[in-house]
Design a protein around this ligand. Structure first.
Ligand SMILES: Cc1cc2nc3c(=O)[nH]c(=O)nc-3n(C[C@H](O)[C@H](O)[C@H](O)COP(=O)(O)OP(=O)(O)OC[C@H]3O[C@@H](n4cnc5c(N)ncnc54)[C@H](O)[C@@H]3O)c2cc1C
Length: 394
């Protein structure tokens, strides 16, 4: 007889318990809109144009999509969301989502803001992690040159030294505050220096536990090998490996570039191969749990379920502090809240920043939730299921 599944993600009452009827109806409205490709294209096109023409649409955006997918416009503006999620055992990862500030001044500002997120998290059980993107602290062009091993000019070398210092300041603060920090993964053509910087920081700050986490994108054919090597190096140099596993967000861009420049695509040929490696990576981390702490950054129900099975197989407690589940704010609440209710460690990336600056992030979410084959997105089905359930118990 097959064992009963340990956890179910179907309970929408648990999933949306933190959402009022009004908030849920708003979510239904947003996901219904973006579900239609032509409405989604029209809406996102109009928003881009309106912002360009400086039309006063920020209020409208703020009370709709921004409200659903973001915590607020500043750290303190997220307090209410942090507390609400915390009440249900779901942690917040404050994600300063301002993109494209490509100047030394912008990089220094992002550094200061990231340090503020760590200070905010210090001693706060509701904020279990901090996070940053290296391209918030360094020019992508410079990272690409470093990856290509081009000889840097004096100024470029100085700029790269400043990047090192910025990253070290973040990781040192995270270590001193006992707040683990996630290093997001980006495009393959700049990822080598990001990895190198992350491992440099791990060797220094992961002596007692995993404070610095690097990200592995399992849509990359190389990632399983990279994960094994990262584990080997951590063992050889006696530090803990923090591994955030994701499938990867830049598939189209990666394939396009590979085709244009005529090199082999670094991405798996199909979804199945990505899924297989993602789940193998989860198993690898649990097999090596003495040295590895893992975060499963995914909205995939099977992968999240599979990780709970692996933990059970290894007789780990649901609340084992080496295993984390993470989803994005405003998405897959059925996974986050059901896992949290069962005692697993769960956190949400909660993006924040001025409305205009987080627009690229919001447009990506709209794109992701637009139906390609005419069916409703998983989010929309869950929201509708919960609305129907609430009506039936009224
Ligand atoms: C907490 C969190 C943190 C994240 N951090 C990062 C990060 O640092 N860097 C980053 O790049 N992304 C990051 N992401 C995004 C992530 O990489 C995925 O894009 C997103 O989560 C969708 O994958 P999934 O596992 O949730 O779900 P699924 O819907 O099961 O998988 C979709 C993913 O599968 C892969 N895929 C789809 N079709 C194919 C195909 N034909 N061939 C090969 N692969 C395919 C793609 O990666 C696609 O995004 C993060 C996501 C979360 C939830």
């Amino acid at each position: 007889m097959e064992a009963e599944p340990k956890i179910s993600f179907e309970d929408t009452a648990v999933a949306f318990s933190y959402k009022s009827d009004a908030a849920l109806k708003k979510a239904n409205f947003i996901f219904s809109l973006v579900n239609h490709p032509w409405i989604s294209a029209l809406a996102t096109g109009s928003v881009k144009l309106a912002l360009k023409l400086r039309l006063p649409v920020e209020g409208l955006i703020r009370s709709t999509v921004f409200d659903h997918f973001c915590g607020g416009i500043s750290i303190d503006n997220c307090d209410e969301e942090i507390e609400t999620l915390g009440k249900y055992g779901v942690g917040t990862i404050l994600d300063y989502s301002v993109e494209g500030e490509n100047s030394e001044h912008g990089f220094d500002q992002t550094l200061e803001e990231t340090l503020r997120t760590i200070d905010k998290a210090k001693g706060n059980v509701n904020i279990p992690f901090s996070v940053f993107k290296v391209t918030g602290l360094a020019s992508a062009t410079l990272l690409e040159k470093v990856q290509q091993k081009v000889t840097l000019t004096n100024d470029e070398q100085k700029a790269f030294d400043r990047v090192r210092v910025r990253i070290d300041r973040i990781c040192a603060r995270a270590h001193a505050s006992n707040v683990p920090v996630l290093v997001d993964a980006e495009e393959t053509w700049i990822q080598d220096p990001i990895d190198a910087l992350a491992y440099e920081a791990m060797a220094t700050y992961n002596q007692q536990r995993a404070i610095v986490f690097n990200t592995f994108q399992l849509y990359r054919t190389a990632s399983m090998k990279n994960l094994r090597e990262a584990h080997h190096n951590a063992t050889m140099h006696n530090y803990y490996l923090g591994a955030k596993l994701v499938r990867g967000a830049y598939m189209e861009k990666e394939r396009e570039r590979a085709q244009q420049l005529g090199y082999e695509s670094p991405i798996h040929v199909d979804k199945e191969a990505t899924d297989q490696d993602f789940n193998r990576a989860l198993a690898f981390c649990i097999d090596n749990k003495q040295r590895v702490s893992v975060m499963c950054g995914s909205h995939n129900e099977y992968s999240n379920y599979y990780l709970t099975v692996l933990m059970e197989k290894h007789s780990m407690k649901n609340s084992d502090e080496r295993v984390w589940f993470a989803q994005l704010y405003g998405m897959s609440d059925n996974i986050s809240f059901n896992l949290a209710k069962a005692g697993y460690r769960v956190a949400k990336y909660v993006p924040y920043g001025p409305v205009k600056s987080v627009m690229p992030y919001l447009l990506r979410r709209a794109d992701e939730n637009t139906s390609v084959a005419g069916q409703s997105s998983r989010e929309l089905l869950l929201i509708r299921k919960e609305l129907t359930r609430r009506r039936s118990v009224e």
